[in-house]
Design a protein around this ligand. Structure first.
Ligand code: GRF
Length: 192
């Protein structure tokens, strides 16, 4: 079976991206990372990807007046690399139904909370403020509604007394790096 061709979309440091790249080094892994694309020219993850020998692209949203023009360019790049699955990994742009509908069942995202709790930003601060005892991360299919869509995999961590957002974020991030490669494996195998 040929491995599924995967693009990872990032906006920043790309530690989840790095975890996916690492998993895909195994020839038995059902997906290969063929492209890393960023909407920010200064995303640190671009350098990591280049060092790993992966093709990179920058589609700078600031160069486009309309969201859809940005997405049309992004879609062009994805098609040029014959991408079959898109992984959002710290990609900080909201996508419109125009592009999401083109990737139905083939675009996934990682969110640093146990969805449906704490959609949106600042999840760790909000989890601490809410006094929850369990927090974590979710990999889910992308649908037009933000941070919704069927859950593929979740990983939980305890919230400890005296936790700071940074300490909690680090605990959650370790779980993200485990579940994202597992979730992508499931999706890639499911598409066979
Ligand atoms: C992660 O916490 C991810 O869940 C969220 O943004 C962060 C990105 O981190 N969507 P990184 O760029 O993967 O290191």
């Amino acid at each position: 079976m040929p491995r599924k061709r995967v693009a990872i979309l990032i906006s920043g440091r790309g530690s989840n991206m790095a975890a996916l790249i690492e998993a895909a080094k195994d020839p038995a892994y059902p997906a290969e990372i063929v492209l890393v694309a960023s909407n920010r020219p200064d995303a640190g993850g671009l350098t990591t990807a280049q060092k790993a020998g992966i093709a990179t692209a920058i589609v700078d949203h600031k160069q486009f007046k309309e969201r859809e023009a940005f997405e049309r360019e992004l879609q062009k790049v994805l098609e040029a690399h014959r991408v079959e699955i898109v992984c959002l990994a710290g990609f900080m742009r909201l996508l419109t139904p125009w592009i999401i509908s083109r990737w139905d069942g083939r675009m996934i995202n990682i969110h640093p909370a146990l969805l449906p709790a704490f959609k949106g930003l600042d999840t760790h601060e909000r989890a601490i403020a809410a006094g929850v005892k369990k927090h974590g991360a979710t990999v889910h299919y992308v649908v037009p509604e933000m941070d919704s869509g069927p859950v593929i995999l979740q990983g939980a961590v305890p919230v400890l007394d005296g936790d700071t957002p940074d300490a909690l974020a680090a605990r959650v991030l370790a779980v993200e790096h485990k579940i994202y490669p597992q979730a992508l494996r499931r999706v890639a195998e499911g598409l066979r």
